[in-house]
Design a protein around this ligand. Structure first.
Ligand code: SF4
Ligand code: SF4
Length: 421
């Protein structure tokens, strides 16, 4: 059986309310970023007028992907802003004219299953559909191969985060329609929705509409972390292992929110301009799921929904507590791959010495040795044999460590060291 351990869930905190939408921002900041490419080309200049959906930047290395405006208005600058990985990145600042004028629709379809595979890939590219579970990986690339199975990743295994659950609650029927269309277009004969066995409510949302789609089934997976990592998920559900990519075995895995973005792209030929973000944690006045315009400053969102409570030091995390990045400020821009912002007490626990217990090695789903990597973090010759590049940054090594050592951060550093050579 695939690895994984039980972790605290803390999801109920953000599930008390319905989805709410934040105010339309006066200025949006759209990062010129996609996945690992942090400096995409800027295609606009100060003073340019843009519509919602105008291409304002482009990734054009070995991957071709546009970057769109999320509001209509005027470009007022190119500014550095904080991205969810903790780095400052160049952003196109657009002053919102609140007219919501969009680029013209091009050939929206009633029957979204009637596209050819080539058209499907072109639409995913044009609408810049990327992984919304955190990866931001261009989705069209996953569909270039011959495929036989699609797994819809609705496991949402990271603690605190409920954005995908909220998405399913609101759009289960459209998500199933999209999966059915993807299967038809790509000649895929097996469609599986993967849900954690503890999330009966999500299963029931799908079951309500599933009768119309006989080729799609639901599989309940163990309530362990990080079961949502695609390598683990595929092994858990299909018993299949792969070396490089799931597509080598004819499998594609998409996060459930990414599937909804595909639905919007196929139905309306439009990129998404908003996303659901779980804004949660014990130091927030009102933890909840919020629909936020891309490019909005998280600082404004938190202020709008009551701000912080308590006066002791807080820890602000972009993403969940396991995989997220601690930031010094809340002035972070909302992007397609930001599924959660977590605000908790900063307990400032000091590291104790390593007791060589080996727990970090035992839990590592990537089968590497975090403690050894930590010891050799700047020693490239040793790191070559320890393969820190295989780390998926799941955070389990830090979570399990009895000495509270932040091992994941060291493994991250080691990954950078490998990339530098
Ligand atoms: S080394 Fe990486 S993959 Fe392994 S447990 Fe730590 S964070 Fe997860
Ligand atoms: S879990 Fe912590 S204490 Fe145990 S070997 Fe790993 S780093 Fe050392």
């Amino acid at each position: 059986m695939a690895k994984g351990i039980k972790v605290l869930s803390n999801k109920s905190m953000s599930l008390n309310d319905q989805l709410v939408e934040c105010k339309r921002p006066e200025i949006v900041y759209i990062p010129l970023v996609n996945h690992s490419k942090m400096d995409c080309e800027c295609l606009v200049k100060v003073g340019d007028k843009v519509l919602k959906g105008t291409v304002i930047g482009r990734r054009n290395d070995n991957i071709d992907l546009p970057i769109h405006a999320s509001v209509s208005g005027k470009v007022i600058g190119i500014e550095e802003k904080l991205y969810c990985n903790g780095e400052g990145v160049k952003c196109v600042a657009i002053e919102n004219d609140f007219r919501e004028k969009s680029v013209d629709l091009r050939g929206a379809k009633k029957n979204i299953a009637s596209y050819s595979k080539d058209d499907f890939i072109t639409i995913l590219k044009e609408c810049a559909v990327t992984g919304m579970g955190g990866g931001d990986f261009p989705t069209y690339i996953k569909y270039k191969s011959e495929l036989n199975t699609i797994i819809v990743n609705a496991a949402e295994c990271e603690p605190y985060i409920t954005a995908d659950y909220m998405m399913v609650k609101l759009h289960a029927d459209e998500i199933l329609e999209a999966v059915d269309a993807i299967m038809e277009i790509n000649g895929i004969d097996k469609g599986i929705i993967a849900i954690k066995e503890s999330n009966i409510e999500m299963r029931d949302e799908f079951i309500h509409y599933l009768g119309t789609y006989p080729k799609i089934t639901i599989t309940m997976v163990r309530n362990v972390y990080p079961i949502g990592w695609e390598k683990l998920l595929i092994k858990e559900i299909l018993g299949i292992e792969y070396e490089k990519l799931p597509s080598d075995k004819g499998i594609v895995v998409n996060n459930v929110s990414t599937i909804y973005a595909i639905y919007k792209a196929l139905k309306y030929r439009r990129p998404i301009s908003k996303r659901i973000v779980t804004v949660t944690g014990e130091r927030l006045q009102e933890p909840k799921n919020i629909l936020i315009r891309l490019g909005t400053s998280m600082k404004n969102v938190i202020e709008e929904f009551g701000g912080y409570i308590g006066s002791s030091k807080i820890r602000f995390i972009a993403g969940g507590p396991m995989m997220g990045t601690c930031l010094d400020t809340d002035d972070l821009v909302v992007t397609k791959n930001l599924n959660c912002v977590l605000v908790i007490d900063d307990k400032d626990e000091a590291d104790l010495p390593c007791i060589r217990c080996g727990r970090c090695i035992a839990v590592c789903p990537a089968n590497i040795c975090p403690v050894l990597i930590k010891d050799k973090v700047n020693d490239f010759e040793s790191l070559k044999y320890l393969h820190p590049e295989k780390c998926i940054e799941c955070g389990l090594c830090s979570y399990i460590c009895p000495s509270k050592i932040r091992i994941r951060e060291s493994v991250r550093e080691a990954k950078k060291e490998i990339r530098r050579h």
